[in-house]
Design a protein around this ligand. Structure first.
Ligand code: 6LW
Length: 516
């Protein structure tokens, strides 16, 4: 047996959906306003996950230009049927639910087939029945009228895949397991031994999150809830339990007919979560026709015990570089709303040249930032930059980005007596300058070290042996989900702000986990 460490994918990778084709597992996550969107992971053992692509990697596939950080792409589902991979997901608020397809999950993925008004709501999933019929399952406001906030319902409708349209009538099949349940969502449909099962989240994605299961002999119901619902939640474990908000699961069966579930969870540090919602794994057994999660334990554990690999892993998992080196961009880099368009790799060999896309992070447009997800609470991020600001308002540097109104920026800006290296915090609508120092031109290295929820910032010039302290004891709790709200985790990125011709060069952005 081998022990697989939870979370299986750390950092802001929420709403996981999984499917298996032969020996290969594929997993996708929500990506909201970040571009490229919908990271696609591959594994052969449920333990090692390699990002093989991004399902949204062309800006004309879907419009993200005007969405807030926690809008955009919500909760994708990945499925495979007869030679084709399907991802179904939602673009909020612009466009709603849509399907993309690919022969190879690494891409290219097709243009979006928009499902339009026929498919209201969010969290769509697809189910292929034995007769090859395909069904849409999703969540929408209670069709008899929303009686209270979160009074939504799960509904099912057939999909005509030749037309990429919902067809026939929709059937409302489930409103929640609890009395006055709120946010029944993230549904997925399966069939096993004559029963249709719906796995669904309930209670909202925060502290009351949970996973329920219901079943029926007929796809359109009536569905009966498992009397043991919720089959997984951490809401009863108290706010100090290390993993919170557990919910939104998807099931997968291995070649050996064992069952597992992926789901999201949050890991706060000092009561505040900077990592957003991450992807966890649990074992599932079936008892009397119902799934039991982590039998005998009833909650997520730090390790999942998996059988030894029956198959050799042929595609060795490479050690991922979180960030980029020498101007070579990696799959796990993201920009805001398509700001990656502003990255030029050819202008200066071994460097990434960024052109400004906006004057501030509050502008709702493709902002010129590229970064990686925060993966833990002990890390170091470094960048080497060259930037010569010419007028006020031009800024370039490093950012810890939670959302438009919650971020920590370290940047160089113009000053008549020389450049000013500035540490600025945005916390709600309130801006504060934490440190400022005159610096000279040339290549500048910035280093950010985070230990739990405290940050320290350093800089040095090329040729310097030592780093110089710029700011310390920075409280990082304020850039958390609890403080800022929303669905995302922090991104560590490099950026340039100003008019469109303003540019900055970055040689690398390196994220390293600090081993204690
Ligand atoms: C998603 C919903 C949820 O659509 O959060 O955890 C929303 N659950 O199902 C955004 O990720």
């Amino acid at each position: 047996m081998r022990k697989v460490c939870n979370p299986i994918i750390s950092g802001f990778y929420p709403d996981p959906s999984i499917c298996r084709v032969g020996d290969d597992y594929y997993l996708v996550n929500s990506s909201f306003a970040y571009f490229p969107g919908i990271p696609v992971f591959h594994s052969r053992d449920l333990e090692h996950w390699n990002q093989i692509g991004n399902a949204i990697d062309r800006t004309d596939q879907i419009k993200l230009d005007k969405c807030l950080v926690s809008q955009g792409i919500y909760a994708p589902t990945i499925r495979y049927h007869k030679g084709l991979f399907y991802i179904i997901t939602t673009n909020v608020p612009d466009g709603g639910n849509f399907i993309i397809t690919a022969e190879d999950p690494a891409g290219p993925w097709s243009d979006a087939y928009m499902l339009g008004d026929a498919a209201p709501g969010i969290d769509p999933s697809l189910f292929f029945d034995e007769d090859d019929k395909c069904y849409y399952i999703g969540t929408r406001p209670n069709s008899e009228g929303e009686k209270y906030f979160g009074n939504w319902e799960i509904y099912i409708q057939e999909v005509d895949l030749t037309q990429m349209k919902l067809t026939g009538q929709s059937s409302s099949v489930w409103q929640g397991a609890m009395r006055n349940a709120y946010w029944p969502e993230g549904p997925h449909l399966y069939k096993k031994e004559g029963y249709y099962y719906i796995l669904t989240a309930e209670g909202g994605t925060e502290r009351n999150h949970s996973i329920m299961v219901v079943r029926s002999k007929s796809i359109l119901g009536p569905y009966e809830g498992d009397p043991k619902n919720p089959i997984l939640t951490h809401r009863h474990l108290g706010k100090d339990y290390p993993v919170q908000c557990v919910g939104h699961g998807d099931l997968v069966q291995t070649q050996e007919e064992k069952w597992y579930m992926v789901m999201l969870g949050m890991r706060p540090c000092k009561g505040f979560t900077s990592l957003g919602r991450e992807t966890f794994l649990a074992k599932v057994n079936w008892e009397e026709g119902w799934p039991v999660v982590n039998q005998g334990i009833g909650k997520l554990e730090e390790y999942v015990t998996l059988p030894d690999r029956l198959i050799e892993i042929s595609n060795k998992v490479e050690k991922e570089v979180y960030g980029f080196r020498n101007g070579i961009l990696t799959q796990n880099l993201v920009s805001l709303r398509g700001g990656l368009r502003a990255a030029d790799l050819n202008e200066r060999s071994g460097w990434v040249r960024l052109y400004a896309g906006s004057r501030s992070f509050s502008d709702i447009c493709p902002v010129s930032m590229i970064g990686v997800r925060q993966k833990g609470y002990h890390y170091c991020v470094r960048t080497k930059m060259e930037f010569e600001p010419e007028t006020e308002g031009e800024k370039a540097g490093l950012v810890l980005f939670q959302n438009e109104e919650s971020n920590l920026m370290i940047y160089k800006k113009y000053h008549p007596e020389g450049d000013l290296l500035t540490v600025e915090s945005k916390d709600g609508k309130c801006n504060s300058t934490m440190a400022q120092m005159l610096v000279h031109g040339g290549v500048l290295e910035i280093k950010f070290i985070a230990q739990e929820q405290k940050g320290e910032l350093f800089f040095r010039y090329e040729g310097d042996r030592e780093f110089h302290l710029l700011a310390d004891n920075i409280d990082l709790c304020r850039y958390s989900t609890e403080a800022a709200g929303g669905f995302t985790g922090c991104i560590l990125g490099v950026f340039v702000l100003g008019e469109a011709n303003v540019k900055a060069d970055f040689k690398h952005l390196i994220y390293e986990t600090l081993v204690l």
